[in-house]
Design a protein around this ligand. Sequence first.
Ligand SMILES: NC(=O)c1ccc[n+]([C@@H]2O[C@H](COP(=O)([O-])OP(=O)(O)OC[C@H]3O[C@@H](n4cnc5c(N)ncnc54)[C@H](O)[C@@H]3O)[C@@H](O)[C@H]2O)c1
Length: 251
Amino acid sequence: MSSPRVAIVTGAGSGFGAGIAQRFAKDGVAVVVADVAEEGGNKVAQDIVAKGGKAIFVKCDVTKREAWENVLAETTAAFGGVNFVINNAGATYASKPVLETTEADFDKVNDVNLKSIFYSVHVMVPALLETRKKGGPAAVVNVASTAGIMGRPGLTWYCASKAAAISVTKNLAIEFGPDQIRFNAICPVFGNTGLKHMFVGQASEEQIIKTIPLGRASEPEDIANSTVFLCSDEASFLTGVALPVDGGRLA
Ligand SMILES: NC(=O)c1ccc[n+]([C@@H]2O[C@H](COP(=O)([O-])OP(=O)(O)OC[C@H]3O[C@@H](n4cnc5c(N)ncnc54)[C@H](O)[C@@H]3O)[C@@H](O)[C@H]2O)c1
């Protein structure tokens, strides 16, 4: 990828998002690290800059429209536009039987995992249309989950929010195909990140890993490589895809 390209990565202060931001930077893409967590977000941006890459941190709560508008303004001021938007920030409640889940659990996963994409679309798609008018590439990747494709009892509302993220991805791919804005989803399996302990529930980590044919949890590098590929010119005919990055879990 050539250096003028610009990526906004939400939830890039840790876990998969940090890996995605670092991977983009390695390819010369300028990165906007957007996260509600200031310490982690600042550190990721500073590390990228220290290694010779281009990055800024913008504090952002993806559940607020104004935060998205601020991210776009800061991105435009720093880098002149945007090519790639990675809707990665996500949240869950700790795995529990559905009858023990609360309305707050439901609202949390739907606000952070789904409504955030509503704001992302309304704020970022007009900017991506401008990018396309100038002839630049434009792509969006929504970080969903294998849990959006298969059942994961104990995480019913989380699964539903991720299934919705996949549905949104497909609909947007169709609607903005004529504009050449591509929308794809990544579906990670159980991964080594800060959210991991919330997914475990009554099963042990070892039992979960046994269900993954390649015999390990996903790592930020796995998710980053696939996400950056989906934004690359090599993926220019891929849109509406929900790509499992799952060591064969869904096979
Ligand atoms: N770890 C897994 O097993 C797994 C599996 C499948 C999908 N996912 C998805 O991957 C994505 C990244 O999660 P992760 O596993 O790297 O976890 P993580 O906790 O390491 O990272 C999530 C990041 O999102 C940020 N965030 C949370 N709420 C936010 C908000 N309202 N606004 C802005 N930022 C916010 C957090 O500060 C954090 O930096 C999520 O969408 C998650 O659902 C994770």
